[in-house]
Design a protein around this ligand. Structure first.
Ligand code: HEM
Length: 247
């Protein structure tokens, strides 16, 4: 083994760490990030401040988890961080559960009809008032359920239980979760607070960072897919020139 391979091996071990360290570090990142998001919007009401800070940090953690795979394919030296995508995914979903609980208790007060955009009319019946709110929440719920399934399937035990093929299929379809989260968040960042008959609040500062984050994840995924395609094509290429005698 060369000295550089030895150094690389040491680096890989240092970054991949044991699962307990990874859980602890990811939990600390989740708490610190949420705290910073909270600080950034001190003027908002408590309910909006907390549920948005936790929702934002959940999105960031799922984005990290989504980015690690393609990043390590593009830059093989970063392979050491691959094990971290599990913990980032798990704590991203954990934060999403808290985000949802705050909405249920603090916003719609357990009235599930309100969650889907209905409000109680003075005449005593529910009327549809906020179509977009209802649809965005339905998408959020689909994302949350899907995220919980993926998080529960993110252990060596579930990997053994499900078998390699089913487990891999489940984990590879994580981009569906990512797309649901992107649509859900985009609605609340760009559309929900716009209104033609009410003063709209100041735009959320997260609008541009969110767009950049989504573009970075897409660019990494496209880049990694292109690299995989090119490698496979180059490997397959010699066969195309084989003559019947060589075959
Ligand atoms: C994986 C699941 C979820 C993620 C990652 C997520 C993430 C987010 C993010 C990033 C925001 C925007 C925060 C901001 O404007 O700065 C948001 C807003 C919101 N989400 Fe979710 N969400 C999820 C699930 C849900 C579910 C299940 C519900 C409903 C039960 C929900 C209801 C809301 C509401 C009502 C808002 C607007 C918050 C406000 O204006 O204070 N979300 N979510």
């Amino acid at each position: 083994m060369s000295a550089s391979e030895g150094n690389m091996g040491g680096l890989v071990r240092r970054f991949s760490a044991g699962w307990k360290t990874r859980h602890l570090v990811t939990l600390l990142i989740a708490a610190a990030g949420t705290y910073l998001f909270l600080l950034s919007r001190a003027e908002w009401s408590e309910m909006h401040r907390w549920n948005r800070a936790i929702g934002d940090m959940s999105l960031v953690m799922v984005a990290f988890s989504m980015a690690i795979g393609p990043l390590s394919r593009l830059l093989p030296r970063t392979r050491a961080i691959i094990p971290w995508r599990r913990e980032f995914g798990i704590y991203g979903v954990f934060l999403a559960i808290i985000h949802t609980a705050i909405i249920l208790v603090g916003w719609v007060q357990w009235d599930l009809m309100r969650l889907f955009g209905y409000e109680m009319h003075p005449e005593g019946m529910y009327v549809m008032l906020q179509h977009g709110f209802g649809l965005a929440n339905a998408i959020g719920i689909a994302a949350l359920l899907y995220g919980i399934v993926l998080a529960l399937a993110s252990s060596n035990w579930s990997q053994r239980l499900l078998g390699g093929t089913v487990w891999k299929y489940l984990q590879q379809s994580a981009y569906v979760l990512w797309m649901l989260i992107v649509v859900h968040t985009a609605y609340f960042l760009y559309l929900h607070f716009q209104d033609f008959h009410r003063n709209t609040p100041e735009p959320n500062w997260a609008q541009i960072p969110f767009a950049v984050l989504v573009l970075v994840v897409i660019a990494l995924q496209l880049g990694a897919s292109y690299k995989t395609w090119k490698l496979k094509r180059n490997r397959a290429a010699p066969d195309q020139f084989e003559t019947p005698l060589e075959a």
